[in-house]
Ligand binder design. Structure first.
Ligand code: UD1
Ligand code: CA
Length: 469
């Protein structure tokens, strides 16, 4: 078997995107679109990949990294000219070269593999991936002879009316005999409607030389989508989202309403987990099995252990253990580490804190920069005061401590294990293990005084009414 290489075209500015961001870096389901193309090429067996970049290339390099090689296309003179820029690196190689546009994120490695197989089977010099579209406008048309042989590819803007009527289009993914590709490219001229050197002209040139041209028609028109503007970007996002959803569904995940569940490409979910609508799972989020997530959970780079329930919650960079109950309306910020069987209830914010097994933070708390042991109960409204306007301080709460409602723990402070902090206390000093701490005014009851105080208040109101008339 000869070696397989890839050339990825990514030098277009993407003017129609109207964006500061380089076109192929626009994310589709949370991943730059060119990343999908590169992964597909690698999966299809490409051993060496050259990415053709243009102005703003640094951003592309930064995002893609050094696993691939780069060539610069200083002037954007067309796709044929773009491929020719790879000649110093690949021109002398024997083998098979996959050429793919960086703006077609839905093309799959399975299709590339099938194309390569067909290309070899037929001894073709060039193979094109085609699709039949109800509305082919904007794409190059695949022109065949009566017997089905591919004769050439004609760009939309160069089409005669009978060519424009053809609905089989060029998706922009190709397989070439490497040497023949570069030889033919040198004969491409720019005498066309756009004054560009078209890669697609290579097909007509090779056909004229009597070379074999093959075409693989994909049954999935999604693979044809070239993202030229934000309308197409939205469409690519929708189709990719479906594809990702189906992958999880096949793996045993229930999506109650897949059309209203937003799962990015890098997310993992275990079987028998149910995801409710409005949920957004982003980045490297990883959900265990038997979980219930959502509705309206928004989790970024967050780990959820098996059997946990995460209702309406925003979490970023949090790690949650097994059988936890989170939310509704919890906010878990980076550095949150929650062990097993933990309850984090409504309107609780946690940041940069470790929470031990079986601990409950049930309502209306802020826990920041804290280490909380196992079996701790944090009462409603209790908070850590971790910031003095300049510095952050830590709070430590030992195992089985009880923190009463509305306690303020002024960090740095340590609450010993089994200690008991009475509701409403403002704690500024460490509490030794097993001690009770109370830090508030002692209560005074005045017998029968309720009626007196009402009478006083009424008198004051009446006086105010008289003076205003
Ligand atoms: C191209 C094809 C068209 C096909 C369509 C599929 C040509 C001439 N036409 O048209 O037949 O139906 O893709 O999506 O190839 N690029 C460069 N340098 C350049 C020009 C383009 O690197 O000088 C890159 C772009 O970044 C893009 C890709 O090549 O990733 C395709 O270029 P684009 O301008 O989008 O071509 P289309 O007009 O869509
Ligand atoms: Ca395009």
């Amino acid at each position: 078997m000869d070696r397989i290489m890839a050339i990825v075209l990514a030098a277009g500015q993407g003017k129609r995107m109207k964006s500061k961001l380089y076109k192929v870096l626009h994310p589709v389901c949370g991943r730059p679109m060119v990343r999908y193309v590169l992964d597909a090429a690698a999966d299809a067996g490409c051993e060496r990949t050259v990415v053709v970049v243009g102005h703003g290339a640094e951003a592309v390099r930064e995002m893609i990294g050094d696993a691939v090689e780069y060539v610069l296309q200083a002037e954007r003179l067309g796709t044929g000219h773009a491929v020719l820029q790879a000649e110093p690196l690949l021109g002398e190689e024997e083998g098979t070269t996959v050429v793919v546009c960086g703006d077609t994120p839905l093309v799959t490695s399975e299709t590339m593999k099938k194309m390569i197989a067909l290309h070899r089977e037929q001894g073709a010099a060039a193979t094109v991936l085609t699709a039949e579209l109800p509305n082919p406008a904007g794409y190059g048309r695949v022109i065949r002879a009566a017997d089905g042989t591919v004769l050439r590819i004609v760009e939309d803007k160069d089409c005669k009316p009978e060519e424009a009527a053809v609905r089989e289009i060029n998706t922009g993914t190709y397989v070439f005999d490497n040497r023949k590709l570069f030889r033919a490219l040198k004969r491409v001229t720019n005498g066309n409607a756009q004054g560009e050197y078209y890669l697609t002209d290579v097909f007509g040139i090779l056909q004229g030389d009597g070379e074999k041209i093959a075409a693989f028609r994909t049954p999935d028109p999604a693979e044809a989508i070239g993202v030229n503007d934000r309308v197409a970007l939205g469409e690519a996002e929708r189709l990719m989202r479906r594809r990702i959803a189906a992958r999880h569904q096949r793996n045993g995940v229930t999506l109650v309403d897949a059309d209203h569940t937003y799962i990015e490409a890098g997310v993992e979910i275990g079987p028998d987990t149910v995801v409710y609508p409005g949920t957004i799972l982003r980045g490297s989020t990883s959900i265990g099995s038997d979980c219930r997530i959502g509705p309206h959970a928004d989790l970024t780079d967050t780990v959820v252990g098996n059997g946990s329930v995460v209702r309406q919650t925003v979490a970023e960079g949090a790690v949650l253990g097994e059988a936890c109950s989170i939310g509704p309306f919890a906010f878990l910020r980076p550095g949150t580490r929650v062990a097993n069987h933990v309850k984090i209830g409504d309107f609780v914010e946690i940041k940069n804190s470790v929470i031990g097994d079986d601990t409950k933070v049930s309502h209306l708390s802020y826990i920041g920069d804290a280490t909380v042991g196992t079996g701790v109960n944090i009462g409603c409204g209790a908070i850590t005061a971790n910031y003095d306007g300049y510095n952050k301080f830590r709070t430590e709460i030992g195992d089985h401590a009880f923190i009463g409602s509305n306690a303020n723990l002024i960090a740095p402070v340590r609450i010993g294990s089994n200690a008991y902090v009475v509701a409403g206390s403002t704690i500024t000093n460490d509490v030794p293990p097993g001690d009770m701490a109370i830090a508030r005014e002692r209560q005074v009851n005045k017998p029968g005084y309720a009626d007196k105080i009402r009478a006083k208040a009424r008198a004051k109101r009446d006086q105010n009414l008289n003076s205003s008339t």
